[in-house]
Design a protein around this ligand. Structure first.
Ligand SMILES: Nc1nc2c(ncn2[C@@H]2O[C@H](COP(=O)(O)OP(=O)(O)OP(=O)(O)O)[C@@H](O)[C@H]2O)c(=O)[nH]1
Ligand SMILES: [Mg+2]
Length: 335
């Protein structure tokens, strides 16, 4: 069966495995990428929980400050601590090992929430677009978070899984943005649709989706210009781009991935909030996790925005993109 006749089905399979939880070697890399956070957070927790210290209010207070400093977020930290205090008071936890187990369980519970959420707006289940139409993925975020790099990595993964991918160069604003995407298209061996720098991004999207549609492509990934979440005219532009996409491919975009730079910590939360309300973000890619001790932001994003983390960027190379897995993340932080 050719790709053309398999499209829809092929895209669905690719996306499912992309968003799935396989690839043990990649999971190991997730562990590696949270190394700095682990050193910061787990070392402090470890210090607190060894040496037969009694599990008392003072210890819980210190644990609270360790969680806050890893950017797990005020709200999540409060909730986790309240749950721990309750269990301590009820004498269900009386030693450090039990406390650590419960801490992991509570964080895991928070991270698992969006996956369990039946609200379609948030669960963003990776189904395919209509059979016969390409699945359309928008990649959005503020300047320099790693959007284009992530697109290159993602295109490479999808291509390897047998999908035919078209990249859409809808960042017509930043100098050399189109050339940068072209380099990634060449590296991963996928097609790119572009216009001149300065062109209307919606016009490029129209072209790219029409071309992808007529060529029977499985997936179109749209690179968008970096924009500040506080600039309402730029957020409105995103909306126009989405409307254009849906005119060519009904239901598009099927996914809107927000790329957040993990090193920006809590500011990422504000960005995510604005992009969610203006651009209908369906999932997060958290980049540069390799460069931060604030990897706890993962928990804050999921808890406060109820958005799933789809991928984690673990470096600048083409293979440095790991499907996010909550259990592995928690284990890698504390084990
Ligand atoms: N360490 C590390 N660096 C990354 C990662 N992802 C992207 N980068 C780097 O971040 C820088 C910016 O990446 P781009 O992909 O150009 O970011 P962008 O969001 O497309 O930028 P604009 O289009 O200008 O808004 C580059 O130097 C990338 O190599 C990652 O996961 N880890
Ligand atoms: Mg870019």
């Amino acid at each position: 069966m050719s790709f053309a006749s398999a499209r829809g089905g092929c895209a669905a399979n690719s996306m499912i495995s992309l968003f799935g939880k396989s690839e043990p070697s990649l999971l190991d890399r997730l562990k590696q990428s949270v190394g700095k956070t682990r050193t910061e957070l787990a070392a402090r927790v470890e210090q607190l929980l060894t040496g037969n210290r009694p599990v008392d209010p003072e210890l819980l207070k210190e644990l609270e400050s360790a969680l806050l400093s890893a950017d797990i977020g005020v709200r999540t930290t409060k909730e986790v601590l309240a749950a721990l205090r309750e269990q301590v008071n009820e004498h269900k936890i009386d030693d450090a090992a039990a406390l650590k187990q419960e801490l992991k369980r509570q964080i895991m519970k928070t991270l698992a929430a969006p996956a369990l959420n039946s609200d379609g707006a948030f669960s963003a289940a990776p189904g395919a677009g209509a059979v016969g139409a390409p699945r359309v993925l928008f990649v959005v975020g503020v300047n320099g978070t790693g959007k284009t790099t992530t697109i290159g990595k993602l295109a490479n993964r999808l291509k390897k899984e047998g999908a035919s991918v078209v990249l859409c160069a809808a960042d017509t604003f930043r100098a050399a943005a189109i050339e940068q995407l072209e380099v990634w298209a060449r590296r991963s061996g996928v097609e790119i649709i572009k216009q001149k720098s300065g062109a209307d991004p919606s016009a490029v999207i129209f072209d790219a989706l029409s071309a992808a549609q007529s060529r029977g492509a499985d997936v179109v990934i749209v690179d968008t210009a970096g924009r500040l979440h506080t600039k309402s005219n730029l957020m409105a532009e995103l909306d126009k781009m989405k409307r254009t996409a849906s005119k060519v491919v009904p239901g598009a975009p099927h996914d809107v991935l927000l790329v957040l730079d993990a090193t920006t910590g809590q500011n990422g939360l504000n960005q995510a909030r604005e992009f969610w309300s203006h651009a209908g973000v369906t999932g997060i890619v958290l980049t540069k996790l390799d460069g931060t001790a604030k990897g706890g932001i993962v928990v804050a994003i999921v808890r406060e925005l109820n958005l799933p983390i789809r991928f984690v960027g673990t470096g600048e190379q083409i293979d440095d993109l790991v499907p996010f897995d909550a259990q592995t993340y928690v284990n890698s932080l504390f084990d």
